[in-house]
Design a binder for this molecule. Structure first.
Ligand code: ATP
Ligand code: MG
Length: 555
């Protein structure tokens, strides 16, 4: 069912299901579904729901469907459907069945006719605004529409003609006849059908009336034989309506709706509508921009399915809304990458080092392991030569206290290579350091120098045998922990969330990097090849996450 290898913890939903199975409810069957509306790309909040629904199906030997809740044709499209399928698969899950609410339009229509025939639904001519006013408030009961007592015959006639396209958009709605005085506003005769002349990405122009979400959702669940319909807390007040529809219609099954708290992640937005706005107004470069909390963005940034599943497991499932620190997600990806990313060397801001006593034109292939703790990941050849590049800030002309890297007259070890000593600093006319003249100790390859200690280790690449790369460093997209609570979330966008470094140099082996591989650039962070912009031999790497919390590792 799933490839989820993250340890499974218990939670209140799993407890409910365990109990149901004990009582042999649903003949011992467990069937869940993940029901996205195809109106945007999936985000990390959806991952929580996906891991929960598919995870439960896997754990209880049940099934989980992927169902597109496609009742709002204005905002939905095929691109979104395809991205959702891709993302669910990438996370490591397989659906039992792939369905669309629109598959059920005909059945939903005949169920609506049944409601009318039972005197439980009526065609209303009030305008949307009038319906809103008639609905009342939390403290005042609603008022009945003058159309509420229309005869069944007349309702059937009008509803048939609504479908046939005889009326303008908005001229009528079909409403469930429940209780205009209910303390639960969702029960005050909710609309269940509206007239919308909009092309639907799957049913085309076959329909000019579309069923409303609440009405559609419960029936779709029942048609698919879902046993546990898991949704987020804001639907708690809709549950009486969910149950009302299924009770009145005597559908083949009556799934149990269970609500849990949605994921809120600090410094991010988890609302497709707002993410859509970021994309359409070009605050980011598309749905898969590595700064986006979308699955596509996280993937492009170098996150792994395992890390995301681990994150969803760690944050747990409860009924209390709370904010999760972004550090939790970063922790999960660091854990995975520390264990699995291949090591490599990249110099982000190069400083030229000429090793004066190294033979001209000689290139030595040094064998360096791809992972210090995992010999099975093998070794690679890293070319060493007379002219190498190191990070500008791995050299200090005026070293701060306890500085362990290269200083004038001092020594440092080059990772996987020799110990070098800086003999002379070369500066431009403006006083900028342009080059270091060094010497190497040929006796220090793979062993400590005689009679002295060299503490610092720095990374490097050969100037001639390295490849040029653009490296993109990302920061959080918002400047405050809860951008969703701002009057306008666009006001708190972090305008320094992307730093592009050009002219970086990466070791030769990275010229063959693939976006599927994850790398730890020694001492610098975790990176992966950008799957979109790395074309025609141009290397672009995205920083997935820093090595440690709070930034860059040094020394
Ligand atoms: P959005 O506001 O981002 O569009 P939504 O809830 O309207 O979110 P749907 O496409 O309807 O998006 O969501 C599909 C499923 O994912 C639903 O069951 C929903 O409850 C769940 N889901 C959406 N956002 C979150 C979240 N932040 N945390 C947990 N589950 C979520
Ligand atoms: Mg929605």
């Amino acid at each position: 069912m799933t490839t989820n290898d993250t340890p499974v913890s218990t939670n209140f939903i799993r407890q409910i299901i365990t109990q149901d199975l004990k009582e042999n409810k649903n003949q011992g069957k467990v069937a869940t579904r993940f029901p996205p509306e195809p109106n945007g790309y999936l985000h990390i909040g959806h991952a929580k729901s996906i891991c929960l629904n598919f995870g439960i199906a896997g754990e209880f030997k049940g099934t989980c469907n992927l169902r597109f809740d496609d009742t709002n044709p204005e905002k939905e499209n095929i691109e979104y459907m395809e991205s959702i399928e891709r993302d669910v698969k990438w996370l490591g899950f397989e659906w039992a069945g792939l369905y669309n609410a629109s598959d059920y339009f005909e059945q939903l229509y005949s169920y609506a006719v049944q409601l009318i025939e039972q005197g439980l639904a009526y065609v209303d001519s009030l305008s949307a605004e009038e319906i809103r006013v008639y609905r009342g408030t939390l403290t005042e009961p609603g008022k009945e529409s003058p159309d509420r007592n229309r005869s069944i015959e007349e309702n059937l006639d009008l509803f048939t003609r609504m479908r046939a396209g005889e009326f303008a958009d908005g001229a009528y709605v079909l409403r469930a006849k429940i209780d205009m005085a209910s303390p639960n506003i969702n029960m005050r005769d909710p609309a269940i059908y509206r007239i919308r002349r909009v092309h639907h990405h799957r049913t085309g122009d076959a329909w000019c009336i579309y069923p409303m979400y609440d009405y559609t959702h419960c029936i779709s669940d029942a048609i698919e034989g879902i046993t546990h319909s898991i949704c987020t807390l804001e639907f708690e007040d809709h549950r009486p309506l969910y149950d009302w529809v299924l009770d009145k219609l005597q559908t083949p099954s009556h799934p149990q709706q269970i609500e849990f708290a949605r994921l809120q992640l600090e410094y991010t937005i988890v609302s497709k509508r707002k993410l859509n706005q970021l994309v359409t107004e070009k605050h980011v470069n598309g749905w898969d921009d590595p700064r986006m909390p979308t699955i596509a963005g996280l993937r492009r940034a170098g996150f792994t399915p395992k890390a995301i599943r681990d994150f969803c497991e760690r944050i747990g499932v409860t009924k209390q809304n709370s904010w999760i620190e972004i550090g939790v997600l970063e922790y999960c990806i660091r854990e995975d990458l520390n264990e699995n990313a291949l090591r490599a060397m990249a110099v982000l801001q190069p400083l030229r080092v000429v090793i004066e006593n190294y033979p001209d034109g000689q290139v030595e292939q040094l064998e360096i392991s791809n992972h210090p703790q995992k010999p099975e990941l093998g070794k690679r050849q890293v070319p060493f030569s007379k002219v190498i590049l190191i990070e500008q800030d791995d050299f200090a002309a005026i070293p701060p206290p306890k500085y362990k890297r290269l200083i004038e007259g001092g020594e440092v070890r080059l990772r996987g290579s020799y110990v070098i000593k800086c003999n002379e600093i070369i500066k431009s006319a403006e006083g900028v350091i342009t080059e270091l003249r060094c010497s190497y100790d040929p006796d220090t390859l793979g062993k400590n120098p005689e009679g002295r200690k060299v503490k610092g280790v720095i990374h490097w690449v050969s100037e001639a045998e390295s490849a040029e790369a653009e490296i993109r460093l990302y920061d959080r997209l918002f400047t405050v922990p809860s951008p969703d609570n701002e009057p306008n979330f666009l006001d708190v966008i972090n305008h320094d969330s992307l730093e592009v470094l050009e002219g970086c140099r990466v070791e030769a082996s990275l010229a063959q990097a693939s976006p599927e591989n994850r790398y730890q650039f020694e001492r610098t962070g975790y990176f992966c090849l950008d799957s979109v912009d790395s074309v025609d031999g141009k290397l672009v790497f995205n920083r997935t996450v820093t090595l440690r919390e709070g930034g860059w590792a040094k020394d």
